[in-house]
Design a protein around this ligand. Structure first.
Ligand code: MTE
Ligand code: MO
Length: 404
């Protein structure tokens, strides 16, 4: 059946931004969207991210900006101007992207350690990988315990096409990884505040050496030079791992025998029990788990018109490709397999999914549940932890909609 345009819910016909809706005089829609913002009056974008599409973003702070749930489109790749930003430290001065090719990264823990410019890196080769970049705390906003940290909903994530040189080619060009090295340790190029122990603030993370298989030193994002806000001129990309491991403005890349003792590694991003504090004895937040969520319709969609509805969302598996997505229209009592939409950009990318259904008048709790290729199923409940990390609960990501 070909849908009749006149019978389609209005969200298909209008830009979904609060400002566009307000301009169109649809106050009820705009109120729903405004309720999603952290504060009553939306905060402006900070200057270094002023080029973002303001209507698509929720500005939590000058260094934490998320994509609105209603702003995710149906193409696989998240446009740069809608991608979230998370900075632990103020971003470096824009001067570092004035002469990109002159950026230097020191490579250590190889047989022939040395410093390479971006121009030199570019001579070693190029590859592209589509990867979900997701903050470890994405979904923290759904923890009833209200852990400290940004209360991200779904939008501290995006699917990005990164281009750069595979890390293994860089290592090979420098004689190979030195003996006994077990980790890849990347260091961010921010200027550190004076008068504090650098280890307490530096953005420096270690991932297991196995992550080298698909890691890149990337200078392009979605086919354009990497913006400063996303780590330009050069960024370490670690597919399948949470965002914190993809070090922006990377100035040192070291193969190391131990994990870094930087605080962001030793105490930050640890799965500690509720009420506790992170310490090195607890598991580190590293590989991403299987996860999905619905982006259309959502609570922001307002009252839907009874009839044909397309339930749309995204699903990914972390280190494994996503194999299946099921959608429930009754809060998880029964499930139907959704269809994948668009091209498969590989195991680290997300898949868009769609389930066409007809909804009668009433209230519905829509949920999605993904399964990866290894058979891991997105859990109903979040794993409780003090930091509010790794929330892949399908129940937390369910949406209530009203149909009239
Ligand atoms: N140098 C550096 N790299 C960094 C960070 C940072 O503050 N500095 N933040 C990390 C975190 S916590 C996340 S979630 C991602 C965010 O990437 P984005 O801002 O490009 O979305 O970058 C990671 N890499
Ligand atoms: Mo993050």
């Amino acid at each position: 059946m070909k849908p009749d345009l006149a019978s389609l819910p209005r969200r298909h016909l209008l830009a979904g931004s609060a400002s566009a809706l307000a301009a169109a005089g649809l106050a009820t829609f705009a109120r729903g969207a405004a309720a999603q913002t952290a504060a009553a009056a939306p905060k402006p974008l900070p200057p270094f991210a002023g080029w973002k599409d303001a209507a698509s973003m929720i500005v939590h702070s000058g260094t934490t900006i998320e994509t609105r749930r209603s702003a995710f489109g149906n193409g696989v790749i998240t446009p740069a101007d809608q991608l979230y930003i998370r900075n632990n430290l103020p971003a470096p001065d824009a001067a570092i992207v004035a002469d990109r090719n002159a950026w230097e990264v020191s490579i250590a823990g190889v047989k022939n350690p040395r410093t390479l410019t971006l121009a030199e890196l570019k001579t070693l080769g190029v590859e592209s990988v589509a990867m979900v970049l997701q903050c470890s705390g994405n979904g923290r906003g759904f923890f009833p315990s209200k852990p400290s940290g940004t209360p991200w909903q779904v939008g501290a994530a995006g699917c990005v096409m990164w281009s750069g040189v595979p890390l293994r080619w860089v290592a090979e060009a420098l004689g190979g990884v030195a003996d006994g090295m077990k980790f890849i340790t990347g260091t961010g190029g921010e200027k550190l505040p004076a008068g504090v122990d650098p280890k307490s603030v530096v953005v420096e993370r270690s991932v297991p050496l196995a992550a080298m298989a698909d890691a890149l030193l990337a200078w392009e994002m979605n086919g354009a030079p990497l913006p400063l806000a996303h780590g330009g001129p050069l960024r370490l990309i670690v597919p399948g791992y949470t965002g914190v491991n993809s070090i922006k403005y990377v100035k040192q890349l070291a193969f190391t025998a131990q994990e870094t003792d930087a605080r962001i590694m030793s105490h930050g991003y640890r799965l500690s029990p509720p009420g506790g504090k992170g310490d090195p004895s607890q598991p580190s937040v590293q590989e991403m788990g299987v996860k999905s969520w619905i982006n259309t319709p959502t609570a922001e969609s307002g009252t839907l018109k009874a009839g044909l509805v397309q339930v749309l969302g995204v699903a990914f598996g972390g280190l494994n490709p996503v194999a299946k997505v099921e959608v429930s229209l009754d809060g998880g009592k029964s499930w139907s397999v959704a269809r994948f939409v668009g091209p498969d950009l590989g195991r680290y990318a997300w898949r868009q999914f769609a389930l066409a259904t007809k909804l009668p008048a009433g209230s519905f709790v829509l949920a999605s549940r993904a399964t990866d290729s290894a058979g891991n199923v997105q859990p109903e409940q979040r794993f409780e932890n003090a930091g509010g990390y790794n929330n892949n609960s399908w129940a937390d990501h369910a949406v209530k909609v009203t149909v009239a």
